[in-house]
Design a protein around this ligand. Structure first.
Ligand code: PBG
Length: 328
């Protein structure tokens, strides 16, 4: 049977009908809000390349958590801009480091009302900006994962609910799992940035977190954007090492990867709608070239439709405001 008996447009005739047959619906519970924490008091410094995003000191982070929690967002992903950096990134494991302090402050104030996820990586803590320890111009995998395990453990001791390693070293999930288990934290999940591409879409983030590599690039550890089979292999290995949640990053140029990972593995999949994806929308909107709210909701819906159960996005707060107003 076909036209005229079958008419696809019947279910598009009114807003109510369209809404009734809508397959994918965003909800505040889908989102994780990334936050940049810097030292000091009363600091709320705009990130130039990311309109609407700020680096905040802990006092302001706490008000920000209250604001987004009121919008229904239940999880935050923390990035730290530390007071000082070193050659190996070991400062990242300091129990009084910026992230550790922020975790304690947020957990102290919000307890189980907000889930605190911490990004675990060395690039914010190394003087050269690489995600690993550099020996003779090369990244030393083994030394790096030992340091990452210490950093992850220090976050969990401070109270982090989930750790999210974003460095793309081999074996880091296993090393972190082992470190957590050995200290009695076998209940703490690992959200692995299992599939992280060497992407130009991270540009604005490196501004925000002050972590652009001072030489070379990240192509010896992050993945080639042209590869999909390799992504499945990365996921398989991270799951074997004990990853609980798998992340694909960036999101938009990799919707096919999100879909493939979700179809192949029966695990929760998170997608990171990264800084460059955010800034492009903001720049176009500032020029009145696009309808900002509609574009944001279309993008976020597409990420969920592709298979991501969790969406990490700088648009999360705006999206939740729109959902509250029932505009979408
Ligand atoms: C740290 C890290 C990066 C991002 C998240 N964690 C930067 C990078 O790998 O260069 C990017 C996030 C974004 O662009 O929004 N390794």
């Amino acid at each position: 049977m076909g036209y005229p008996q079958v008419q696809m447009r019947r279910l598009r005739t009114s807003e109510l009908i369209r809404s009734m047959v809508q397959e994918t619906r965003l909800s505040p519970a889908d989102f994780v809000m990334p936050l940049f924490i810097c030292p000091g008091n009363g600091v709320k410094a705009p990130v130039g390349s990311m309109p609407g995003v700020y680096r905040m000191s802990i006092d302001n982070i706490l008000s920000e958590c209250r604001r987004i929690r009121n919008l229904g967002i239940r999880a935050v992903l923390l990035f730290g801009i530390p007071e000082s950096k070193d050659e190996t990134g070991e400062v990242g494991a300091d129990k009084n480091g910026i992230v550790q302090q922020a975790v304690r402050a947020i957990k102290n104030k919000f307890d189980d009302d907000i889930l605190v996820i911490t990004d675990v990586c060395n690039c914010e803590y190394t003087t050269h900006g690489h995600c690993g320890v550099v020996v003779n111009g090369k990244i030393d995998n083994q030394r790096t994962i030992e340091i990452l395990a210490k950093q992850a453990l220090s976050h969990v001791i401070a109270g982090a609910d989930i750790v999210a390693p974003s460095d793309m070293m081999d074996g880091r999930v296993g090393a972190i799992r082992k470190a957590l288990d050995s200290q009695g934290f076998s209940d703490t999940p690992i959200m692995s940035y299992a599939v992280k591409y060497a992407s130009a879409f991270y540009g604005p983030f490196r501004d925000a977190a002050d972590c652009a590599p001072k030489f070379g690039d990240r192509k010896t550890y992050q993945m080639n954007p042209a590869n999909a089979i390799e992504a499945l292999r990365e996921v398989e290995l991270d799951l074997q090492e004990g990853a609980d949640i798998i992340m694909v990053k960036p999101a938009l140029s990799y919707l096919d990867i999100i879909h493939r990972v979700k179809s192949k593995f029966n695990v929760p999949v998170a997608a990171y709608n990264v800084s460059g994806e955010y800034s492009m929308v903001k720049a176009a909107a500032q020029n009145n070239w696009i309808d900002e709210n509609r574009v944001i909701m279309e993008i976020l819906t597409s990420i969920k439709r592709a298979g991501a159960g969790l969406i990490i996005s700088y648009h999360a707060d705006q999206a939740c405001e729109l959902l509250q107003e029932e505009k979408f």
